[in-house]
Design a protein around this ligand. Structure first.
Ligand SMILES: [Zn+2]
Length: 275
C-alpha cells in the first residue's frame, strides 16, 4: 500500500528498527526491492535520485514506483532523493511522490533553512512530508568529513523548517568507502533526543553492520542504500549470458540479485520486525 514519508517512519516509533530506503532506477530494481519487502513483511522506501527528476526518467520511474507501491502487501513510500531545488520538488509532487527530500546542505545555515522552509511549505500544500539535510554528506571518494551536524543547529533547523525527517552528517558519505567509516553514535543520540524527529543515515553502503545497528539504537529511522544496490544489479547483469536475448529473461538474475541485497539490509535494519 502507498503511504507517505511521515506515515512510514511513524511505524518505527518505540522500535529498535529502521526503514530501508533503496535508490531504484528502473522496473527491475523496483521489482527486486518489492519482492524482498513482501517476502519478509517489511515496510520500504523506493526513492529516485534528483538527477532522474531532470528528465523523463523520473516521469516513468515514478509511475513504476507508484504502481508497485499500490499493489504491494506492505507499506511503501515513493520518495525524491536529494532534490536539488524547487524544479525537482515540483516534478516529484506533480508525478505523485509521497515523500520529498530537498538537499541544500552546501548552503550556509540561514540559506539552507530559508530554502528548506520554502520547499516544506510547498510540499505541505500537497500533503507530502519532507526530508531535509543539515551538514553536507559528500562523496566517499573525496574523503569522509570529520565535521558533524551540530545539535543546536539541528534543533533550530527542525523548528524553523517544519521537516518531517532530518538527514545528518555523522561520519558517512556516498559511494564506496576507502576505509570503513566511524559513525558518531553519541551525536546521533543527542540530536535524536533534542529534536524528537526521525533521523536519516545516507551512505549506508559499506557501513559495518555493528555501526548500522548502533546508529538505529541511537535514533536513525531511515537508512539509504544506493551504491551497493547498483552493484548487485550491474554485477549480475555483466555475468549473465548474452545468449539470453529476451530482456525479461536476461533480467531475471539481476532482479534476484537486487532482491537478495534488499533482503539482507531489511534483516540488518530489523525492518522485518516493524509491522
Ligand atoms: Zn544521500
Amino acid at each position: 500500500m502507498l503511504v507517505n514519508l511521515a506515515e512510514i517512519l511513524a511505524l518505527t516509533k518505540d522500535k529498535k528498527a529502521a526503514v530501508p530506503a533503496f535508490n531504484v532506477y528502473n522496473m527491475e530494481t523496483v521489482m527486486g526491492v518489492i519482492a524482498a519487502a513482501e517476502e519478509v513483511n517489511s515496510p520500504v522506501i523506493l526513492q529516485g535520485y534528483s538527477r532522474l527528476f531532470d528528465s523523463d526518467n523520473g516521469y516513468y520511474l515514478t509511475a513504476i514506483m507508484l504502481a508497485a507501491a499500490k499493489k504491494a502487501t506492505v507499506p511503501v513510500c515513493v520518495h525524491l532523493d536529494h532534490g536539488a531545488g524547487l524544479p525537482e520538488v515540483m516534478r516529484a509532487l506533480h508525478w505523485g511522490c509521497t515523500g520529498v527530500m530537498l538537499d541544500r546542505s552546501t548552503l550556509p545555515l540561514e540559506e539552507n533553512i530559508a530554502a528548506s522552509r520554502e520547499a516544506c511549505e510547498l510540499c505541505a500544500h500537497a500533503g507530502v512530508p519532507m526530508e531535509g539535510e543539515l551538514g553536507h554528506i559528500g562523496a566517499a571518494k573525496d574523503g569522509v568529513s570529520t565535521e558533524h551536524t551540530r545539535t543546536d543547529e539541528a534543533v533550530r533547523f527542525v523548528k524553523e523548517t517544519g521537516v518531517a525527517a532530518l538527514a545528518v552528517l555523522i561520519g558517512t558519505a556516498h559511494g564506496r568507502y576507502k576505509q570503513a567509516p566511524v559513525l558518531n553514535i553519541a551525536r546521533i543520540k543527542e540530536i535524536s533526543e533534542a529534536t524528537g524527529l526521525p533521523l536519516v543515515l545516507h551512505g549506508g553502503s559499506g557501513v559495518p553492520d555493528d555501526q548500522i545497528q548502533a546508529s538505529i539504537d541511537a535514533g536513525i529511522k531511515k537508512i539509504n542504500f544506493g551504491t551497493d544496490l547498483c552493484y548487485s544489479f550491474l554485477d549480475e547483469g555483466f555475468a549473465t549470458s548474452r545468449e539470453l536475448v529476451g530482456i525479461d529473461m536476461f533480467m531475471r538474475g539481476p532482479v534476484e540479485a537486487v532482491k537478495n541485497f534488499a533482503l539482507s539490509k531489511m534483516k540488518l535494519l530489523r525492518a522485518d520486525t516493524i509491522l
